[in-house]
Design a binder for this molecule. Structure first.
Ligand SMILES: *Cc1c(COP(=O)(O)O)cnc(C)c1O
Length: 391
């Protein structure tokens, strides 16, 4: 049983693995775009569960779906058919305009699966990824992740991975050959510093891949589910991925991942891959409810409009002496500073606003799409004040 008299900080410090650096804050509860600490203080949450909370915290439709399904059936491995899973598979394939789906439990797992599928389908082994790209921390996903400090402690990793500059089509052209199974790319590089794909880049990537018999893996683990102003960010770039990796906000905050599979890949061989928890009815029910909310409200269109307005505003409001560049798409917003970003996290927290970084100099905002206009503009005003107070 949960004992609320125990000292959370002391317990975590004694027993945690140590791999996480934590902020001095104990979160107890969430509601919409708010988080509350154990003392009851309210924060506006622009961490958004690191991208898992596009629908905010305790969304009534998600809570109801989870409660109902938990009482019905929580686990059902893919040894058996299940109506909730079947419904979800049909719904997500239709939403993405793709044929088939493999369900798993996290972003890294979806990337692992996509790499295996691409190798199996093409019978090639090479992978091209991008500089600043982030795809997860398990071996395959880590092998295609750029950050050296993440990779080095785990080496040797997958052989045959080649990193090219993002938004540079000539370098891709030079790197492609008949050993390359797949190109993996984000639509907006999230962890790497919030760098959106330039207009026309992904179309050119797709054309080169097709011509070379190489599959295109699009990693929308962070950009999916309305974040950038369309259900999936790549829909704004006029491409159809061969493999589409999803996770984070897929199931209203429950752990879940998916790989959508296009017609270039087709049906895969039995036992090529599997996951015990993958496609469990609890996650599928939450994911079905998530899709339903996104498709039957104007949250996505609002993310597009409000993101554009905020980015435009910040570009005018923040002086060049402090800020190098404002980037983003929809409500995935990066503020690149001239100095380190980390010291501002604490000052913003003291002002009641929680944000992320993306690399050493970028402040990253991932507010729940349900954030009110008043709270969003409060956040912007507080950020302007905290950043300009520093000079
Ligand atoms: C977060 C993220 C991942 C990894 O997801 P996990 O669920 O943490 O394994 C992969 N790709 C992108 C683009 C991400 O943002």
């Amino acid at each position: 049983m949960l004992d609320t008299t125990l000292d959370t900080l002391a317990l975590e410090q004694a027993h945690t693995s140590g791999v996480y650096t934590k902020r001095d804050l104990q979160i107890a509860r969430g509601e919409g775009a708010y988080l509350f600490d154990t003392a009851g203080r309210r924060y506006i949450d622009c961490v958004g569960g690191q991208g898992t909370a596009n629908l905010g915290h305790a969304h009534p439709a998600i809570v109801a779906a989870i409660q109902q399904q938990a009482a019905e059936l929580i686990s059902c491995p893919e040894l058996f058919h299940n109506p909730v899973r079947a419904n979800y598979q049909a719904a997500i394939c239709e939403a993405a305009g793709m044929n088939r789906v493999f369900l798993c439990n996290s972003g890294a797992e979806s990337v692992e699966a996509a790499i295996k599928f691409a190798r199996a389908r093409t019978r090639r082994t090479g992978i091209i990824s991008t500089m600043r790209g982030f795809h997860g921390r398990t071996f395959g996903a880590l092998s295609v992740t750029w950050n050296k400090s993440y990779r080095e402690p785990a080496e040797p990793l997958l052989p045959g991975v080649n990193f090219i500059p993002f938004n540079n089509i000539e370098r891709l052209q030079g790197a492609l050959n008949d050993t390359v199974a797949a190109v993996i790319v984000e639509v907006v590089q999230g962890e790497g510093g919030v760098y959106p794909a330039e207009s026309g880049y992904l179309q050119a990537v797709q054309e080169l891949c097709r011509a070379n018999g190489t599959l295109l893996i699009v990693d929308e683990v962070q950009t999916g589910f309305g974040r950038t102003g369309s259900l999936f960010a790549h829909q704004q770039d006029g491409i159809t991925p061969d493999l589409l990796c999803l996770a984070k906000s897929i199931a209203g905050g429950l752990p879940m991942g998916a790989v959508l599979i296009g017609e270039q890949v087709g049906e895969l061989a039995p036992s090529l891959h599997s996951s015990t928890f993958g496609g469990n009815p609890l996650a599928c029910a939450a994911a079905l409810a998530t899709l339903d909310v996104l498709q039957n409200t104007d949250l996505i269109e609002q993310a597009r409009q409000r993101g554009a307005t905020v980015i435009e505003h910040l570009r005018n409001a923040l002086p060049e002496s402090i800020v190098r560049e404002i980037r983003g798409r929809g409500l995935l917003i990066g503020i690149e500073l001239r100095d380190k970003a980390a010291p501002f996290l604490r000052r913003l927290q003291d002002e009641g606003v929680l944000v992320l970084t993306a690399g050493p100099t970028v402040l990253r905002l991932l507010p729940p799409l349900v954030i009110s206009d008043a709270d969003l503009w409060d956040v912007i005003a507080i950020i302007e004040r905290v950043l300009t107070d520093a000079v």
